[in-house]
Design a protein around this ligand. Sequence first.
Ligand code: AMP
Length: 413
Amino acid sequence: MSVSPSNTSPATGSREPAPADPRPAILIINCGSSSVKFALIGTRRETLILSGLAERLGSPEATMSWKDGEAKKAKSLPGADLIAALHEMIGLLPGNVQVVAVGHRVVHGAEAFSHSVRIDAEVLASIERCSALAPLHNPANLAGLRAAMTVFPDTPQVAVFDTAFHQTLPQRAYLYAVPYEWYQTDGVRRYGFHGTSHRYVASEAARRLGQPLESLGLITAHLGNGCSAAAIEGGRCMDTTMGLSPLEGLVMGTRSGDIDPSLQEFMAARRGWSLERIMRALNRESGLLGLSGLSNDMRTLVEAAEGGHARAQLAIDVFAYRLAKSISALSAALTRLDAIVFTGGIGENSKFIRARTAESLQVLGVALDPALNDVHGEPPSGRVSQTGTRLCLVVPTNEELMIARETLSVLNT
Ligand code: AMP
């Protein structure tokens, strides 16, 4: 989370005077199966007022941790469910803040949603219909929506979809070469995810470069626990690496990314595994964790590789090579490439991964400046590339801020 700390303007760093009127704020909710992440963002200066996480909900170990300004706090909430956690969170809200809207992260909007929308009964039903495509995520997001509507009955609620930004993909990019009726009758196609992050960093890159987004061709690489890259031209997403589900594309913490689909039949025959067991292996036991046998956490792997751990090194090599290969492939979706943008926990913080990736992008004219890469980008642009080479930037993502902006813009339309 990188919204600026409470009361501090991201643009100027100046302190906001304590206003006499209530401070309008947007509450951002991101609900998982047993957890809820929340953030409260003041609308006047886009300041982060409060952020936190309630987890292990419904169990005796339920806890809530939060950051209030610079102070980190936590308490246990044995047996608390989602509604109890939201009530607990309300108790944390500063008295001078008025929640003017709640913005919800919703993972899958399928083809039904190409924009953020205000929630009503019809929208809820439509999100429910998308659940078949995201059975782990959408039901949890819906539970969050319903709980927030109970706890904040008079406050407008807005859904912001991970997939919406990718709805501009042309057919040639979103169709798989499988029987066409699979698309028509079952919705089998590339949807793409992390759309809120890709959209935010693209607009932030344009702002930092002082150029209109409409005039730029960009490839954005969101590298966190989940990883995806997107080709964006004129502010419209033209292609992306994640597909029907977030399993496709780049190597991730525990997800395999691209594989030969026949591998599933092969492993079923070899091991007598069910489809469910194989999918668990591809989603939770693969990626960096599967290759290294050590960890899904890139920090751990970089440290281990520096200490001579051969499989940590191998996992990093595969990760960086596959990323470079996808970036090269995505360039086919663009008529111009003005910058490659790194973001997410790994993209923002790992000079090592950026450098390894850049080594495999020489054909695209990429050459990083080691000194700029060491400091994660030259202020204010975030440039890490040498002058006169393909521009590469590090731009921290801020999905909560993007959701707050989207929520506000839906309210104002
Ligand atoms: P995110 O999901 O965006 O929070 O990113 C999580 C990933 O970022 C994990 O794999 C972390 O190990 C990785 N990460 C965070 N900081 C660093 C760092 N300094 N070097 C390498 N990886 C990092």
